[in-house]
Design a protein around this ligand. Sequence first.
Ligand SMILES: CC(C)(COP(=O)(O)OP(=O)(O)OC[C@H]1O[C@@H](n2cnc3c(N)ncnc32)[C@H](O)[C@@H]1OP(=O)(O)O)[C@@H](O)C(=O)NCCC(=O)NCCS
Length: 418
Amino acid sequence: MIDPPGFTIRAAEESDRAQFINLGRLAFDPARSQADVEKEGQDEPLNPPGGQGWVLADQAGNLAGRYRHLELALFFQGIEFPMAGVAGVAVAPERRGQKIAQKMIEYALQQFHEQQIPLSMLYPFQHGFYRKLGWAWVGETHQYRVSARHLPLYSERVNVVPYRGDLEASIKAVYHKAAQQHNGWLQREPNRWKGYFKPEGGEEIYCYAEAGDLLGYMVIEFTHLEPTKTQWAIAVQEWVALTAGAYRGLIGFLASLRDQITTVVWNTYPQDPFPHLLSEQRCDPTLPPQPFEFGLTHRFGAIGGGFMWRLVDVVKALELRPIHPGDPFAIAFHIIDPVLGNQQISVEFVEQKMYCTQQSAATRITLSVEHLTQLFCGMRSASELQWLGEIEVEGDSALISKLDAAWQATPPFCWDFF
Ligand SMILES: CC(C)(COP(=O)(O)OP(=O)(O)OC[C@H]1O[C@@H](n2cnc3c(N)ncnc32)[C@H](O)[C@@H]1OP(=O)(O)O)[C@@H](O)C(=O)NCCC(=O)NCCS
């Protein structure tokens, strides 16, 4: 039993369908009618494989809130991590501000913990709300809105072909191969690809192939960015390149559209060399100007504050994660966790692995589960957190740089939204 009294959290059942859909509509699509939204979802299972819905309901079956637990997996440092995605959190408008969302998330976390899931991920409506529950911002994205004329016309563009039905399996294979080599990309189950190859109006897929071998692709969307809608832009919603040739080919292809397309919106991860390839390091000058407020500097890109991760079963997560080799050392982590309870875990760093032991290590780091998650995924370094006073180190502080070296990683990025 939880607050408000008389409510329980349970798995969504078929009899909840209309209310479940309606709560989602009121939260995410309130301008549409209930009938329209229900009709659209009539053939969809309420609980698709790996996507159990959960509800907070009173005894009469009235729903006050709902969310979905997505059983997913993602790649990190070459390893596949089981991951619990949290999606579609919605609370009835008349029940807002009564900590219903908080209760549901706390419940979900307890369940993930019981199921020994190492990691959870979500796209927050507000980072602060989830931060209080131990989630950490780790999903930084970069976006460049540049003139198609400033992109290089790489000759590899001649290998770009439009998507055809027979390329579906090769696109999946290219994604899968790239996903294993990147941090944070999802292991896409068949359900994740649903609808992918039937793009909506304005969306196209272009592929890069050499001698019949698919090496890259991108999903593009034609759109207008300026109020007069006189110029066309392409927003690249996903791009995958297994080789430099494929990368150059896809960029060169976009450059070759310069007579039709004024602006290219390139969505990407921070480490992408894309900004270095342009002939001008600035936003497309034909877009309405936005001042930058810093000397003689042009606006060039934008940073997106995206998804959050949270370590759930910390021992599982640590023991799965490879580390960079170095001299062995040990650290005791005293972890402050507002939902799952504080805990102390001693970790031995040996060769390329971590082992969690009973024996308390001499050097102790006290930190929140949020900061531990950021360190774990390479988003921040222990030296930086120590400098800021956000973690407390007792014992040998030389171990901080050893920890940074062991955990060095490219922070995660993800093409999928949920
Ligand atoms: C977002 C939503 C689920 C929240 O539901 P709710 O039950 O009203 O939320 P709760 O009462 O549990 O939690 C709100 C608490 O978080 C706090 N909070 C919200 N944003 C915060 C932030 N950025 N930083 C810190 N605290 C924050 C609120 O102040 C409140 O705390 P208080 O009661 O101490 O003031 C609900 O408003 C909703 O359905 N919105 C529309 C759909 C949506 O955006 N879903 C989220 C998708 S991830």
